[in-house]
Design a protein around this ligand. Structure first.
Ligand code: URA
Length: 244
C-alpha cells in the first residue's frame, strides 16, 4: 500500500478496516506486519507516502484514507454530482475521485470556504454530529444594524427560532464582532442553514458567508477552489478532537 500522509502504523491499519486498534497492536507486536519488507513490532512506528505495508504474507492492497481540504467557491453545490449545477467534486483531482470520498457536512450553494472531503466515515460522522461539539467558525458579512453585546449574550444562552413549523431551540454559540457589519459565529451543531437562520432571526440579511475554521483546521492562504491534502498534524488534531 502507498499512503498519502505520515501516520502511525496501527492507526492506518485500523482505519483501513483490519480490526480494532487493540487487535492491530497485537498483530504488529506478533511480528505479522512488515513495512518495506522489514518486520515492524512498534505500533507507533510512523509510515509515509513511499512505504509499502504488508500484513502476514498477503500482498494486501489497503484502502487508503484520504483527507482533503477545499476552499469552496461561491455558486457551487456541496455534492458529488448534479445534473444541472456545478459541484465541489469537479474541483477534486482525478486520482482522488475513485476513493469514495464525500464532503464532511454541507455548505450552502452561496457559502464559501473550508470544506473537508474524506472517505473516513467515522471521522466524518463525529465532525458533524452535535454530540462531539466540534467548533465551526463562520465569517458573516451582513446588512442591517450592527450586532451588539446584547445579541452576543442571547446567543451564548441559546436562542429559539420561531419558524413556521414551530419553535426551534439552538445550542448556545459564540459571536464576536470583528467590524461593523462583519461578525464571526462559532457553532457547535450543524443545523441546516443555521447561520442564515440566526442572522434572519435578528432581522439582518447575510451578504457573504464564509467558513474559516472547522475544529483545529483553519483556512490559510488557500486560493478559492484550491484543493490540498490535510497534513498529518492536522489529521491527528481532528482525531484527538473527535476522541478517536
Ligand atoms: N450555516 C448556513 O446557514 N449555511 C452554511 O452554508 C453553513 C452554515
Amino acid at each position: 500500500m502507498r499512503y498519502n500522509n505520515r501516520m502511525r502504523l496501527d492507526r492506518i491499519l485500523a482505519n483501513s478496516g483490519y480490526g480494532t486498534r487493540t487487535e492491530i497492536k497485537e498483530l504488529i507486536r506478533k511480528g505479522k506486519v512488515t513495512v518495506n519488507e522489514t518486520v515492524i513490532k512498534d505500533p507507533g512506528h510512523h509510515v509515509s507516502e513511499t512505504d509499502v505495508i504488508r500484513i502476514g504474507d498477503q500482498g494486501t492492497e489497503l484502502k487508503d484514507k484520504v483527507y482533503l481540504l477545499l476552499d469552496k467557491p461561491d455558486n457551487m453545490l456541496t455534492a458529488c454530482e448534479d445534473k444541472r449545477l456545478p459541484t465541489v467534486f469537479e474541483l477534486v483531482p482525478d486520482n482522488y475521485r475513485t476513493k469514495k470520498i464525500s464532503p464532511v457536512g454541507r455548505l450552502d450553494y452561496h457559502t464559501t470556504g473550508l470544506l473537508i472531503l474524506t472517505n473516513d466515515g467515522e471521522l466524518s460522522h463525529r465532525l458533524t454530529s452535535p454530540r462531539y461539539r466540534i467548533p465551526k467558525v463562520y465569517r458573516v458579512t451582513y446588512e442591517g444594524e450592527p450586532f451588539t453585546e446584547e445579541h452576543i449574550a442571547k446567543l451564548s444562552k441559546g436562542i429559539t427560532l420561531n419558524e413556521k413549523s414551530g419553535p426551534v431551540k439552538l445550542a448556545p454559540c459564540e459571536m464576536s464582532l470583528t467590524d461593523s457589519n462583519i461578525c464571526e459565529l462559532t457553532l457547535y451543531e450543524g443545523k441546516t442553514h443555521e447561520v442564515r437562520r440566526i442572522i434572519s432571526h435578528f432581522e439582518r440579511t447575510v451578504k457573504e458567508l464564509r467558513r474559516i475554521r472547522l475544529g483545529n483546521i483553519e483556512l490559510k492562504e488557500e486560493k478559492t477552489g484550491a484543493v490540498r491534502e490535510l497534513t498529518p498534524d492536522e489529521i491527528s488534531g481532528l482525531y484527538k478532537l473527535c476522541g478517536l
